[in-house]
Design a protein around this ligand. Structure first.
Ligand code: BV8
Ligand code: ZN
Length: 240
């Protein structure tokens, strides 16, 4: 039986998740597919340059990811985090690097998608209009709608070289956290991989959950080896 993580009345919990938490829902991780997605390296289809040069390829890539995401179901790890949020309320915040909506569908509400969301699109010309709900799997670039300003829509995804979303809120919450739990991420992408260092600087306990040691393993006070779906249910003991 895995030793439980004790959460007391003064604890404020910040959780960061990556592709590994959706692995047991059948969504491939970036590393497991050795970085190849439908034959593409993510860096080749997840950059502003790729969108400029080959919008059809970028839309094909993200439409495929939308179809995969829609066919997946939340797993016990997603549900365990939604249950923890229900117990802790405003003392809990979940930040995900994932662009699928499995955390929402498991019931998570106090949630930040720092790298964007598959279920949304936004103006490619950044005209200022907000992102729109969009789960359409486009079969060709011609099918992709235009923004009211006339520019084409783009996936509401943070590409490499673009600034992650809600960084101020993430930084502020991390500084107030007493416990940070990182689940299912290789720690290969920044600034997300630095969050554990910010938590340590704030004096927080830092726990990693996953089957392999992450690249930033040295920054964790504890590592729980195992698959999130098997380990997370029953891992947290909350005493109010
Ligand atoms: C930015 C959206 C400036 C799209 C993504 C050189 C050095 C340092 C940094 C850089 C550098 N050159 C460039 C950079 C910056 C760059 C970067 O980090 N590049 C990397 C390649 C070096 N970062 C950026 O450009 C970012 N922007 O820096 O702006 C800035 C900085 C600070 C403040 C303001 C501005 C923007 C990056 C966002 C890119 N978009 N996603 C999409 O998803 O399609 S990244 C994408 O890849 C994911 O979102 C995620 O972040 C990353 C994949 O990582 P993981 O989620 O960890 O997945 P991975 O497969 O790697 O690992 C899975 C893990 O799960 C494994 O460890 C495995 O063991 C585990 N696992 C498997 N099964 C299970 C499991 N765990 C639990 N249970 C299981 N069952
Ligand atoms: Zn526009």
């Amino acid at each position: 039986m895995t030793e439980r993580i004790l959460i007391g009345p003064a604890d404020r919990v910040f959780v960061l998740t990556g592709a590994g938490i959706s692995a047991e829902s059948g969504l491939p991780t970036f590393r497991a597919s050795d970085g190849l997605w439908a034959g593409h390296r993510i860096e080749d289809v997840c950059t502003p340059e790729a969108l400029e040069a080959n919008p059809a390829l970028v839309w094909e890539f993200y439409s495929l990811r939308r179809a995969q995401g829609a066919a997946a179901e939340p797993n016990p790890a997603h549900r365990a985090l939604a249950e923890l949020e229900a117990k802790l309320g405003e003392r809990f915040l979940l930040c995900t690097q994932n662009v699928d909506d499995l955390h929402e569908r498991a019931g998570s509400q106090r949630l930040i998608h720092m790298h964007g969301e598959l279920a949304k699109s936004r103006c490619q010309a950044e005209c200022g209009r907000p992102p729109v709900e969009d789960r359409t799997v486009y079969r060709s670039l011609e099918e992709v709608p235009l923004c009211a300003c006339g520019a084409r829509l783009r996936p509401h995804i943070v590409f490499f070289g673009e600034t992650p979303l809600e960084m101020k809120r993430i930084q502020r919450t991390l500084e107030e956290s007493t416990l940070m739990v990182v689940i299912g991420t290789s720690g290969s992408v920044y600034p997300a991989a630095s969050f554990v260092n910010w938590a340590r600087q704030a004096g927080a306990r830092t726990v990693y959950v996953g089957p392999e040691r992450p690249l930033n393993a040295g920054a964790f006070t504890r590592i729980v080896e195992g698959n999130a779906g098997a380990v997370l249910p029953g891992l947290f003991e909350v005493s109010c």
